[in-house]
Structure formats: C-alpha cells, structure tokens
Design a protein around this ligand. Structure first.
Ligand code: PEP
Length: 252
C-alpha cells in the first residue's frame, strides 16, 4: 500500500495570519476525510513552528529546502537535522525553482537527499523537464536521469522515506497542466527507472505537481501511478487545498 500524499508548497508566500486561518481549517476538514490522505504543509521555514502548533499532529509539516551540510559556517542555510529537530517530517529537495533560480545541481540534490534521509526526514524529490526538453522528445530521459542521480546514494533501508514529485517545469505556476495520460506515462517511466535501480518501486509514492487545482485533481489522481500531488498556488487557499485532498480516491 503506497502512502497517498497531498503536499502544499507555500513557496515564499504566507504570514502568521495565513497559518492561523488555514491550518486549523484544513485540520478540522481532514478529520472527516476517510480516503487515507496524508496532508503536508510546507511553509517558509520561519513559520514551521507555528504550523506545527496549529496542526495538532494531524497535518505533517515540511521545509522547502535544506543545506548540503548538517551545521557550520553557512550563513542563511538551514540543515535537515535542524528541520527534524524543529518537528518537521518532510523536506522538499530539488524543486525546479531551486534548480533554475539558485543553480542547484543534480549533485547537490543527491547530497541533500542523503542529509534528509539520515536526519529522519522524508525527502520529496522534485524532478521535471522543461518545455524545450518535452518538445525535443527528451522528457523521459531527462526525468529518468534526474531520478537516477538524485537517489544514487539512498541506502536499502531508506526507500520508505523517499517520495518523488514529477513536476513538469512548464506546468508550475503557469495554469498549464500535463494531461492525466501524459502525467501517468511519466509516472510509469519513473517507477520503471526506480525498479531498474533495485528500489522497491511499487511501494514508493509518486506525486504530480504543476498547476493542480480543485477542478483537475481528480482526473490526475485517478491514474494508477499517481499517488497524490505537490500543490503550489492552490495550497494557499484552505478550501482549495482541502478539495484537492478530497479528490484523492482511496486506493492501494
Ligand atoms: C510547486 O510549487 O511545486 C507547484 C506545483 O506550483 P503550482 O501548483 O502553483 O503550479
């Protein structure tokens, strides 16, 4: 049985007011949901403690990025160990905005995955092709390569902490979504890549991300290899986020 996860990446948005109004609402709405969804809120790091306090242990919490090191003279960085110590359950690793805007490389992503897993965090590893790569017909090889390099140093006992989020770069924040069929095809390719690496691929949750909204979530989540979503913009609205959580069918 794979975990079914809907994770909200707030990016550099939000405030204490948003935490106060959104988290309690999500928590109480999820109490009546029986589809087994694990909801995760990934706010800016400054608000992690506030989200944890409001979540009452019913909503998991993550950070959007971690450092390549555990501690030291790295001004402005936050380590996986610290995120875990602060009560986080998850770390996003390799989001396309980190890769594109901050020059994060596959090698750094792999190191961050190691740090996250060693600290006890689950790593949501983000992969995805650009529009140019999709148009050139290289999407599957690009994404498979990102997956392969990101998990290169995962140890056999750590796979249960690994989640992969397929987020086509051209779909993030643009209002354009992959069709359910295209998303399914890529998820299937990612699962095949994981299997070829010796990972327990059938047990690893694969999330889709990229302009998921309340009205397109159900079609995406109905696909056999899509185990949930990584949600940006729509996670900033409590009703939209809850509707997306509701769109996840109960499935194994
Ligand atoms: C994201 O930030 O990971 C994301 C998928 O954003 P959006 O849902 O806004 O496209």
């Amino acid at each position: 049985m794979r975990r079914k996860i809907v994770a909200g990446n707030w990016k550099m948005n939000g405030s204490k007011d948003l935490v106060n109004s959104l988290v309690g609402h999500v928590r109480s709405e999820l109490a009546s949901l029986d589809n087994g969804v694990e909801a995760v809120i990934i706010p800016p790091a400054l608000f992690v403690g506030d989200v944890i306090r409001q979540s009452g242990g019913k909503v998991a919490v993550g950070v959007q990025n971690i450092a390549c090191w555990d501690s030291g003279a790295y001004t402005g960085e936050i380590s996986a160990v610290m995120a875990r110590d602060a009560g986080c359950d998850y770390a996003l690793v390799g989001h396309s905005e980190r890769r594109q805007l901050f020059g994060e490389t596959d090698e750094q992503v792999a190191v961050k995955v190691v740090r996250a897993l060693a600290s006890g965090l689950d790593a949501v590893i983000c992969v995805g092709e650009t529009l140019e790569e999709r148009e050139a017909g290289t999407a599957v090889s690009v994404v498979s390569g990102q997956v392969r390099r990101a998990v290169a140093d995962v140890e056999s006992g750590q796979w249960r902490q690994v989640v992969i989020a397929y987020e086509p770069v051209w779909a993030i924040g643009t209002g354009k979504t992959a069709t359910a069929e295209d998303a399914q095809a890529m998820h299937s390719a990612i699962r095949a890549e994981l299997a070829s690496l010796g990972a327990p691929a059938e047990k690893i949750s694969l999330l889709y991300g990229g302009s998921v909204k309340a009205d397109n979530a159900a079609a995406l989540f109905a696909q056999p290899d899509i185990d949930g979503g990584l949600i940006g913009g729509a996670s900033l609205n409590a009703n939209d986020f809850v509707s997306i959580c509701r769109a996840l069918p109960g499935k194994s």
